[in-house]
Design a protein around this ligand. Structure first.
Ligand SMILES: [Zn+2]
Length: 157
């Protein structure tokens, strides 16, 4: 994988296009009950979501990519997925590229503190998830671990 990424970076990068980021998908979405959660979905008692990549797979891929100067971008929506993404990115503090967690729909208070304390992780989210409109509430309530995104805790770059 890393060889293909390096080759694509060399062959296709230009003034307007850069191939310098590894995106990894940790889980799915709350709406599809595939966001990775610590607790089962309220309406599907044995379902804690789906694991697209194991923690070990992410750590290995991220380490290899970071060592070659690639930025890291991790899709994580459920609280357990966000923890896994943080485990990977916090270990790579000081790497050359940027470190980003995308979405962050649900997460634990402990992980909020880890994001703030690290100080270098981009925390990309969807503003709709900070509100309590009918659409968001309906899907958020299907996840028992309701910890919506606290806007005031996010670091602004
Ligand atoms: Zn995504």
């Amino acid at each position: 994988m890393i060889g293909l990424m390096k080759r694509n970076r060399e062959m296709y990068s230009s003034e307007n296009v850069s191939h310098d980021t590894l995106k990894m998908i940790t889980d799915g979405t709350v709406e599809e009950h595939t966001a990775l959660l610590y607790e089962p979905y309220a309406d599907s008692e044995d379902n804690c979501g789906s694991e697209m990549l194991s923690a070990e797979e992410m750590k290995k891929a991220a380490g290899l990519a970071a060592a070659e100067g690639f930025s890291l971008h991790i899709h994580a929506i459920g609280d357990k997925a966000v923890t896994r993404a943080l485990d990977v990115l916090c270990e790579l503090k000081g790497c050359e590229g940027t470190r980003t967690i995308a979405h962050n729909q649900l997460y634990t208070d402990g992980d909020t503190a880890r994001i703030i304390n690290d100080g270098g992780i981009f925390f990309q989210t969807t503003p709709q998830w900070t509100k309590s409109d009918d659409y968001t509430l309906r899907y958020r309530q299907s996840a028992q671990s309701v910890r919506p995104c606290p806007v005031s805790a996010r670091r602004v770059y």
